[in-house]
Write a protein of this length. Structure first.
Length: 398
C-alpha cells in the first residue's frame, strides 16, 4: 500500500496549505502623539515609528504659533483625505509670519524635514488648513500656499496625489494652486490646500519647502501670515489568522518575509492592530512543498526567505495543540542579519502529535520586546499567517 498524507503512520510530518474564510478582529491599543515647538515637531505613529520634523526658517520668517493636533478617535471623516479618518491621528500646525511677501509674487517661507526612526514605504502626508489671510474685508492679503518636495534620503521621492486638493494641481515635485486671486472668504480649494499625497518610495526622510503667493486687495493686511497643518499615516501589513489568535500589524519598511509585502487596510487608520478576513492576505514566504519535519521527527525545521534592512529577529508560532491561540512554548526564533536571504526556525514537535488543521504565524521585525509576542504592533517588517495540516506521513510502499 501507499501511505497517504492524512493517514497515521510513523515517519515525518507534512504541512499543507488549506484555504479558509473568517472575519478578522482588533487587538490591543497603541498611541499616536506629537509634541511641537518653533524649531521641531516630534511624533509617534500607532505602530511605534517615530517622526521628527525639523523646521528651518527662510529669511526673516518666524513661527508665531506652534500647536499640537492631538489624536481624536471621534474626529469626523474628511472628504479631502484618504484614509478618510486620518484626522483621528495626531499632528501639528504652525503659524508662520514675517516672511518676505510681495504682492502678486511668490515668497519662500520655510523648509520642513520629516525624518523617520526607520525607513518607511509610501508614507501619506495629510495637508489641511494650509494657507493664510491677513487684514479685513476691504484691505487684506490672501496667501496661497505651495508645498514643494525638495529632498529625501536615500533619494528624493515623488509626490502622488491620493485625494482632495480642489483648486490645486499635484505633480511629482509640488502641490500648487491652479491659479491665485484675492478673495473675500477662504475654504478648502480657495486659498487653503486640503488633501493627501503619497510620498512614493521607501524613505528615511523627505524635505518640503513651504511657499506663499500674495494676492492683495486694497492696501493689504498688517502682517504676512501662513498656517500649515500636517498629519502622517503609514502603510501597514496585517495578520489574517482567525480572531482567537489575536491581531498583529507591522509598519511596512524594507524588511520582508518572502519576495514582497502588500499594504492592508488602506481605507482607514487605526490605533489598534488589525486582522484581515481569515486567509485573505497574499503571503509568499512559505509554500506547502517546503514545510516538512526534519528526518528525525523530533524537530520541525523551516527555512524562511527574508530581507532585513537592519539587525532583526524572526519569530514563528505553530498551534500544535490546536487550542486557537499561539502559546509561548510554541514559539521558535532566529536572528536575522541585514545580509541574510533566509532564516531558519526550529520547533520541538510535541509527542504525541495531534493531527489536523491548525495555524502558523511568522513575524519579522527589528529586535525588541515586540518580537517575542504573536500579537500587537511592530514598527517594521511583516507578519504572515498560514493555515496548515499536521498529519503523520510515511513514504513506504508494500
Amino acid at each position: 500500500m501507499i501511505c497517504r498524507t492524512i493517514v497515521a503512520c510513523t515517519a515525518t510530518t507534512t504541512f499543507l496549505s488549506i484555504p479558509a474564510a473568517v472575519t478578522g478582529t482588533h487587538a490591543e491599543s497603541a498611541s499616536s502623539s506629537f509634541t511641537n515647538s518653533v524649531t521641531t515637531a516630534v511624533g509617534r505613529t500607532p505602530s511605534g515609528v517615530r517622526v521628527t520634523v525639523q523646521k528651518t526658517m527662510i529669511g526673516k520668517t518666524q513661527v508665531a504659533s506652534a500647536k499640537v493636533l492631538p489624536a481624536d478617535p471621534t474626529a469626523a471623516d474628511d472628504e479631502y483625505l484618504i484614509p478618510a479618518n486620518a484626522k483621528t491621528t495626531a499632528g501639528f500646525v504652525d503659524q508662520y509670519e514675517h516672511f518676505a511677501a510681495k504682492p502678486s509674487a511668490w515668497s519662500d517661507v520655510a523648509t520642513l524635514t520629516f525624518t523617520f526612526s526607520r525607513p518607511v514605504r509610501d508614507p501619506h502626508l495629510h495637508v489641511f488648513g494650509t494657507g493664510g489671510s491677513s487684514g479685513d474685508a476691504r484691505n487684506h492679503d490672501d496667501y496661497w500656499p505651495a508645498i514643494e518636495l525638495v529632498g529625501g534620503i536615500p533619494a528624493t521621492p515623488a509626490f502622488a496625489r491620493v485625494a482632495g486638493f480642489p483648486g490645486y494641481r499635484t505633480s511629482a515635485t509640488a502641490i500648487e494652486p491652479e491659479w491665485t486671486y484675492p478673495t473675500g472668504s477662504t475654504t478648502c480649494g480657495v486659498v487653503y490646500a486640503c488633501g493627501t499625497v503619497k510620498v512614493s518610495g521607501t524613505v528615511s526622510s523627505f524635505t518640503v519647502k513651504l511657499r506663499a503667493h500674495d494676492d492683495r486687495q486694497g492696501k493689504g493686511g498688517p502682517t504676512p501670515q501662513l498656517w500649515a497643518a500636517f498629519k502622517l499615516s503609514l502603510a501597514e501589513d496585517d495578520s489574517d489568522a482567525p480572531p482567537s489568535y489575536g491581531a498583529a500589524s507591522h509598519a511596512i519598511t524594507r524588511s520582508t518575509l518572502g519576495r514582497t509585502v502588500t499594504a492592508d487596510h488602506t481605507d482607514a487608520v487605526s490605533m489598534t492592530p488589525r486582522s484581515l478576513p481569515t486567509g485573505t492576505d497574499a503571503d509568499d514566504a512559505v509554500t506547502a512543498p517546503r514545510a516538512r519535519i526534519a528526518p528525525t521527527g523530533d524537530d520541525y525545521t523551516l527555512a524562511v526567505p527574508v530581507r532585513a534592512d537592519s539587525p532583526s529577529r524572526l519569530n514563528g508560532w505553530i498551534d500544535f495543540d490546536q487550542n486557537g491561540r499561539f502559546d509561548a512554548v510554541e514559539r521558535a526564533t532566529a536572528k536575522v542579519v541585514p545580509s541574510a536571504t533566509t532564516a531558519t526556525l526550529r520547533w520541538r514537535v510535541p509527542r504525541p502529535l495531534r493531527t489536523g488543521v491548525t495555524w502558523m504565524r511568522l513575524r519579522l521585525a527589528t529586535q525588541g520586546p515586540v518580537t517575542a509576542s504573536p500579537t500587537g504592533w511592530a514598527d517594521s517588517g511583516e507578519v504572515e499567517d498560514h493555515q496548515i495540516e499536521l498529519a503523520h506521513h510515511c513514504p513506504c510502499t508494500n
